[in-house]
Design a protein around this ligand. Structure first.
Ligand SMILES: C[S@@+](CC[C@H](N)C(=O)[O-])C[C@H]1O[C@@H](n2cnc3c(N)ncnc32)[C@H](O)[C@@H]1O
Length: 531
């Protein structure tokens, strides 16, 4: 466990803003006879909001203890929550669920909450063992990626009565990470309708994690899933009319990411049709995708020119791209490398061993195809699809796991006609729209025979998802200049090795490191653990 993690972070102690607490209670609680479970109630702010809602529905304050049931790990917080009039159990929710809810068969009309987001390694092992044991019979195979919010969500859902409702604050990664695939499948089979409320700006101060509101109904007039986007929490008060007019789409088959629900049914149809199109190559057929290098200690291994010179390390370093921002165009050549080196960037990998013996194989399957693949990648279909495959963070950064890159699709018919150096110059000049116009015309129009309308729709999908990702940058974040750049894909080809660096080989420029980097709230780069 890292010493730097605050105790609030370890227990997932970020509380819900009042406007959201009010919204969740008002949506979930429909009648004065409803009963409410809050599995991780903190200081009880959701329970206070639920108490207000029940009072509005005519419930007397002195009978709230029969209607509201909260659980909280910390005694101090639990005693604050008890002032709401709810019955509070102090302790671990999973133990309480097993012994006091599941065993006696207790159910609730509503579950409201904002479960803690605690990673496996910080999740108390005793509590985690109980949580995982309760998940398994529900079709889950929990593992080291399973965050605490998953069992809180799933078990609270399991405690609902047949027409129950669940309203929770959940990390937006529910929509997009592979490890939440089982949870998406569970929700799709357990709830007739799921509504996801997304925020254009991040609503919780103090956390970088993007959140959504998950509103689930066991019985609903129309089945499926719908998404509604609001500017910020304050807009929730005027939210109900918009909900009624939003389109419900059928749940997606297993494993699909729910980012797709940010698109309209027609947009999804278009992506589905292209997924069936055999003329589009899959990335996996074109190149190998591997994690290139994880040093474990970049400060030590990835050096600036100054450090290399001070310590006389010229013969034991090789060039490396350590951040995607170092790749400005489609071609990364000697001049780019020198410019980065002279600008004091960390582009020298300390590598005193004989690593040529490790046999690094070129990633492109047909060695002459590299430049064509790089050019062909820059089309609206591949861009749009990429936005649905990767995962985005509050800072606007998008990252891909190797398995996600393998699923990308690249139209290659006509790629011979694309001019790498011309496109390179356009990308460097920030003219990504011109690049897309040219490549779309050549590959999507002429190569695949798509209509102008279809090409425009694909561009629209990319822009919609890209803009959404950018809009959600934290208000106070000071992002590095890369945030303003137009080109978001660091797919490049490499020029021959630099004579200055005898150990260098182009294949050893490892782009994968950027995929392991995200931004903290001040916009500073920080390492993420490889999953
Ligand atoms: C994200 S906070 C939310 C608190 C409150 N629900 C709200 O919406 O403001 C999560 C709470 O879960 C509590 N917690 C963490 N692990 C728990 C566990 N195993 N059982 C019960 N509560 C837990 C934390 O102490 C913290 O108060």
């Amino acid at each position: 466990m890292k010493k730097t993690l605050s105790s609030d972070k370890l227990r997932g102690g970020y509380y819900t803003p009042p406007v959201i607490a009010r919204f969740l209670s008002r949506w979930a609680i429909r009648s004065g006879s409803d009963t409410v479970l809050e599995p991780s109630c903190g200081d009880g702010r959701l329970l206070f909001a639920a108490a207000d809602r029940l009072s509005e529905l005519g419930v007397r304050r002195d009978s709230l203890c029969d209607r509201l049931f909260g659980v909280e790990l910390l005694a101090d917080e639990a005693s604050k929550a008890a002032r709401s009039g709810a019955t509070i159990e102090t302790g671990d929710f999973f133990t309480v669920f097993r012994d006091r809810i599941e065993k006696p068969g207790r159910t609730f009309s509503c579950a409201i909450g904002n479960p803690p987001f605690i990673r496996y390694q910080n999740f108390d092992p005793a509590s985690r063992d109980i949580a995982f044991a309760l998940l398994r019979p529900r079709g889950f195979n929990p593992n080291k990626l399973t965050n605490a919010w998953i069992p809180f969500l799933v078990l609270s859902a399991s405690a609902l009565a047949p027409d129950g409702r669940l309203a929770m604050v959940i990390p937006a990664e529910l929509l997009q990470v592979d490890y939440a695939g089982e949870t998406r499948r569970f929700l799709a089979s357990f709830f007739q309708r799921t509504t996801i409320v997304l925020f254009r700006s991040i609503v919780f101060d103090g956390i970088q994690q993007e959140v959504v509101l998950l509103l689930c109904e066991k019985t609903a007039p129309a089945g499926g899933i719908r998404t509604v986007e609001v500017a910020d929490a304050d807009e929730l008060d005027a939210f109900h009319p918009r909900l009624a007019s939003s389109e419900t789409q059928p749940y997606l088959p297993d494993g699909h990411k729910w980012t797709r629900f940010l698109l309209s049914a027609e947009e999804n149809d278009l992506l589905d049709r292209l997924a069936e199109n055999q003329s589009v190559a899959s990335a996996n057929d074109l190149f190998e995708v591997n994690v290139g290098l994880v040093s474990g200690e970049n400060d030590f291994f990835v050096l600036t020119r100054e450090t290399v010179d001070i310590w006389g390390l010229r013969n034991v370093v090789r060039p490396i791209v350590s951040r995607a921002e170092q790749v400005r165009g489609l071609v990364f050549g000697d001049a780019d490398f020198k410019a980065m080196s002279e600008a004091g960037k960390r582009v020298h990998l300390f590598d005193p061993g004989d690593s040529s013996a490790e046999g690094f194989s070129p990633p492109v399957r047909d060695s002459s195809a590299g430049p064509r693949i790089v050019c062909a990648f820059l089309n609206s279909y591949t861009f749009a699809l990429s936005e649905t495959l990767g995962r985005s963070y509050g800072g606007g950064v998008m990252t891909f796991e190797p398995g996600e890159v393998r699923k990308m699709r690249i139209p290659m018919i006509g790629a011979d006609h694309l001019d790498l150096h011309r496109l390179d110059a356009l990308v460097r000049a920030g003219k990504i729209d011109v690049v897309l116009d040219e490549v779309d015309h050549c590959l999507l129009g002429k190569g695949l025979g798509l209509s102008q309308g279809e090409i425009r729709a694909l561009r629209g999908i990319w822009e919609k998802l890209r803009n959404r990702r950018f809009d959600r940058r934290q208000r106070q974040a000071i992002l590095p200049s890369k945030g303003k750049r137009q080109s978001h894909f660091q797919i490049s080809t490499l020029e021959p090795q630099s004579p200055d660096y005898p150990n260098s080989s182009p294949e050893q420029l490892l782009l994968a490191m950027e995929a392991k980097t995200s931004y903290d709230k001040r916009g500073k780069s920080k390492k993420r653990k490889a999953k």
